[in-house]
Design a protein around this ligand. Sequence first.
Ligand code: MCF
Ligand code: FE
Length: 403
Amino acid sequence: MKIIAADYIYTPAGFLNNHAVAFTQTISEIAPLEVLQQKYPNAILITTEPHSVLYPGFINTHVHLEFSSNKTTLEYGSFIPWLYSVIDDRDGLTKGCNMHIMQNACQEMLRSGITSFGAISSFGLELEACIKTPQRVVFFNEFIGSNPQNIDILYADFQERLKLSCGHKEDRITPGVAIHAPYSVHPVALRHIVKLAKENHHPLSAHLLESPAERSWLDNSDGEFKPFFETYFNQSRPFTTAQEFIKTFDGYPTHFTHCTQANEEELKHLSKQGHSIAHCPRSNRYLGCGRLAIEKLTLPFSLATDGLSSNNTLSIFDELRAALMMHEHIELKSLASKLIEAITSNAAQILHLDCGKIEPDKLADFTVITLPDAPKRVEEIPLWTILHTKEASQVYIQGEQYV
Ligand code: MCF
Ligand code: FE
């Protein structure tokens, strides 16, 4: 048994002052330190610096590790130029993305307090890094492919990758499935894969209605995607509408990424079907995709970094600060609290992980942050956490310390 004490503990009942948590691989009890020490006299005591706050480990539900070598290669500013640059440089970027770079990316997340993440895997190249990293990983094997002639080969490759990611429970890996996007996956393959995910209870994720170009293409067979599809695929119209695509997921809660261009009706439908959204503010800004109106959402949403293919860091604190700036008209303190929920309890619920809350029986995943001074008002701790933290002071996963 271990006991960790902190000035403040973030619990579902609010911030507890001068309490401690007794834990093994899971959380046993939360009580004042003296009470726990009396009850567990042999427990190892872990102290934290003054003005520290104990949070459940943070969760980044959407990241692409395979693109981690990008810094000054991909074109930011607008989605279609970015997409052309991905196609031009994909081989170079993935070849340049070795084990060392992907492990560094995992470490960068760990230092920012991320104890679980959802990895969208295009090729399966990051599996080894995900096995080695201490974090929990939901490993979303991505399917992408629209040309009926190639579908069988692509599907066989997808199945092979999915199989390889199964059987790593001891490495804290949960195999999952990702559909790339409505414009890039053939409807027949889509139905097949959604069925497979449902039957095997795999977590399911998809990029959805990310850019204005995607909206114009799906709605009107027009816009910047038109010349793209004509040139690369000899295709003059999409094979699906947004509505048809979304309906395929009915009855199986799916984690949709971006949704910046989704309309009210679509969002209402997603909510009704029990789906959730990964909100990636910096990626959306860098690819010119617009703002997700999080104040209007009636479904659970997480805050995620996306990959270094559309971001500059994988620090969740950088993402939180960007979100504060992007949603300028939402009241600041309540926004900060919502964002902390987005990377803890919401994210855990979305990825079906038994962590994300400091309460008995949850997995003992913790992130300790240290404020520069004593917080004058408890209700402002989420905001001060976001504003003042560059890196976590301590990080625990399943009861073991990693930072
Ligand atoms: O989320 C961002 C932007 N939207 C779509 N795809 C990606 C993102 N970062 C990386 N990707 C990957 C995607 O998984 O790009 C590849 C796919 O495998 C090529 S198609 C854009
Ligand atoms: Fe993404």
